[in-house]
Design a protein around this ligand. Structure first.
Ligand code: UDP
Length: 236
């Protein structure tokens, strides 16, 4: 059997990735496709944890005239909806999961407890981290960086919809845009490439955690990237 390149990973799924072709909300077929690929990782005995975004429902910046913190809490709640949908799809595929939320809601999910999360992973359960960091003014990319440092994941897999890596300019605007295979965190911060927020990038830089940015239009990429194929852009 082929050997995966990583033993413990954090997969960051944006809300956009779960929306599929829909304008809004969740595309169940897409979630099913993702769940099947996570099952494969599981068969390779990779410890998988997932951070989900909420942009398919709501982002803090959607609330134009709103108090920012209220709008951000709404965004965090949106991630919980996605986490439950993902849990449902994974369990339908026979994978044991736990949702841990950074904002307590006991009837729905466990609270985030680092030691418990690690124990679940060791026991072969997929852990889905919901409600971001639990704090306004942060993003779920930053959550992925933070949880990766906390649970000692070897890599953050940043699955993107609509783009398959980091480019020197926006490929949807500039047909000549060049994709980077590897990129240094300092470059990400200096060039302001907009691929992720600076908090997430600096957290990974400080903790020496690589991030691989890759496209999720083809769900098989989730497996490819964990098996060590050079797809997307690796940030180190
Ligand atoms: N959010 C937050 N704190 C966090 C994580 C998320 O306030 O630690 C809020 C923020 O408003 C954000 C929204 O939740 O816009 C949804 O998360 P994000 O935009 O990262 O989702 P994605 O773009 O990945 O779908």
């Amino acid at each position: 059997m082929k050997k995966p390149a990583y033993k413990r990973v954090i997969l960051k799924l944006s809300g956009e990735a779960l929306k599929g072709k829909k304008e809004f909300g969740i595309d169940e077929e897409i979630i099913e496709e993702i769940a099947e690929r996570i099952k494969k990782l599981h068969q390779y005995e990779v410890e998988v944890s997932i951070v989900v975004g909420g942009g398919n429902f709501w982002r803090g910046r959607s609330g134009k005239g709103m108090d920012r913190t209220t709008a951000d809490y709404m965004g965090m709640l949106a991630t919980v909806i996605n986490a439950l949908a993902l849990q449902d799809a994974l369990e339908n595929n026979g994978i044991l999961t736990r949702v841990q939320t950074a904002i307590e809601m006991r009837q729905i999910a466990e609270p985030y407890i680092r030691r418990k999360a690690v124990r679940h992973l060791e026991k072969g359960r997929v852990v889905i981290f919901a409600a971001g960091t639990g704090n306004p003014f942060f993003s779920t990319d930053t959550t992925a960086a933070l949880r990766a440092a906390e649970i000692e994941a070897e890599v953050v897999l940043l699955a993107k919809k609509g783009v398959d890596g980091v480019y020197d300019s926006d490929p949807s605007m500039n047909p000549e845009a060049q994709k980077f295979d590897n990129l240094n965190y300092k470059d990400i911060l200096n060039l302001e490439l907009g691929v992720m927020d600076s908090t997430a990038a600096s957290l990974c830089m400080d903790n020496k955690i690589p991030i691989i940015v890759f496209g999720i239009e083809d769900a098989d990429n989730i497996v490819r990237v964990v098996m060590g194929e050079n797809i997307g852009t690796k940030l180190i």
